[in-house]
Design a protein around this ligand. Structure first.
Ligand code: CU
Length: 125
């Protein structure tokens, strides 16, 4: 193996490691909702072929405001459902839609589109 081949191989391995980190490890950690003045937690979620971020970490006992921004016309993502909280919301295209939740108990609470094709998780600590 020449030096050039070795460099390419190492660069490739590095790229793979980065992809694994980005799509796996990073995702499992999740995005922590920002703590706002007034005691609210807030997180913006982009809805486009999925939820970005798809894992949101919040603390228990503080109200949570999730702002969904749907940037696609697909009817699939038109409604978001939080089963555990008995809440759902219609997400008009291009308009931010606020879903307010009160996470009382630590745990993992999935949310999804109405058909369950797009999925996300709310992690309450
Ligand atoms: Cu769907």
């Amino acid at each position: 193996m020449t030096t050039a081949q070795l460099a390419v191989t190492l660069a490739g391995a590095g790229a793979v490691a980065l992809v694994v980190w980005f799509f796996w490890l990073e995702r499992s950690v999740g995005t922590r909702a920002a703590l706002m003045s007034g005691g609210w937690q807030e997180q913006m979620i982009l809805v486009k072929g999925g939820y970005t971020p798809d894992t949101i970490v919040a603390v228990a006992g503080k109200p949570l405001r999730l702002v969904f921004q749907r940037e696609e016309a697909s009817p699939c993502s038109e409604t978001v459902v939080f089963d555990a909280f008995g809440k759902s919301a219609r997400l008009p295209q291009g308009e931010p839609t606020v879903v307010e939740l009160m996470p009382r108990e630590p745990g993992e609470y999935p949310f999804s589109c109405q058909m369950g094709m797009l999925r996300g998780t709310l992690v309450v600590e």
